[in-house]
Design a protein around this ligand. Sequence first.
Ligand code: ZN
Length: 388
Amino acid sequence: MECDVLIQGGEVIDPSQGLHGVHDVLVTGGRITAVVSRAEGVTAEHTIDARGLLVMPGLIDLHVHVYPHSPFGLDPDPLCPAGGVTTMVDTGTAGSYQFGHFRREVIDRARTQILGLVNLSCMGLSARNLGELLDPRYADPEGVVRTIDEHPGVAVGVKIRAGKHLIGDGEQGWNHFRQAVRAARDSGTWLMVHIGECPMSIPEMLDHLEGGDCITHCFKSGSTRILDENNRVFAAVRAAAERGVIFDVGHGSGSCMWEVAEACIEQGLPPTTISTDLHTANLHGPVYDMPTTMSKFLMLGLSLMDVVNMSTTRPAQVLGLEDELGTLRVGTVADIAVLERREGEFLFEDSYDGLRTGNELLVAAATVRRGEIVPGGGGLRMRRLPGA
Ligand SMILES: [Zn+2]
């Protein structure tokens, strides 16, 4: 048998199939063609020696900023091999005025799959310290719906950063929040709400959210938390999770606190999805990349299978792309992450200067996107051990 890429002898974890064990993964023509315990008599154009490494579906980061036209925006392609991320969702870096440019100059040219949420503000995040909806004239719900209509399969939802200092307080803030909800409904998509010092409480906000909508920065501290003043998960949050509202990590530089995450996990509310909120100001700490963010949740006690699920299969489901992505099922797109699981003592930092010590760190070792080994990043893609 011949194949393009053979990933040999790795510990395969695929939550979509409940698969966890040592397997070979074969890729041809950009698709996964076999996952078998040991492939015999295979001639491969490229072989990745994955013994001792983890092999999983390509990671899906549900919250990044990769429109470099914005002061927040990173160049997407280096992040793919650096973090094993094959699909990333840009969350509202561009608004209706910029989305066409974002698509032409970035999305269509990138090797990484990029999907976008359209910011309710027509200006998107074009300035760092100017609230994008402090001036209500920037709110453009019709433009959001039109943009989603013009970019099917690429503009996949709506984003609002619902902080008072960004959308205004009181009735102005509420009005913007309602406009964002309406834009999601009118476009037949979903809304991601960035929480943090919001003009409304979480239970008030959740009254307006449906299954498929998403709260990002779910473990944030401050005045808008998913915990009440006694550190109990709000009943409204549990009810929302049950009806399918997504609670997404969106770690970021100001949005993930150990104690909040711990309290939620202890009370039976783990995150639905793990994501980074990578942007220019947190790339070099405290976020770094997706595997580091996943390692933090291993440190907080979640199982490896759960952490991989929240970083692959679950975000694929959120995007409605679970038939193609977040899985190693035969016939699906060959997006694959090979991660090294390092053991030792590692210091992890949350977004509030809290330090914790963990004893495993996941690191991207090799990444396959649409059946091709991605150059750069993880340095183990050319590794060969004796005794193959
Ligand atoms: Zn963000």
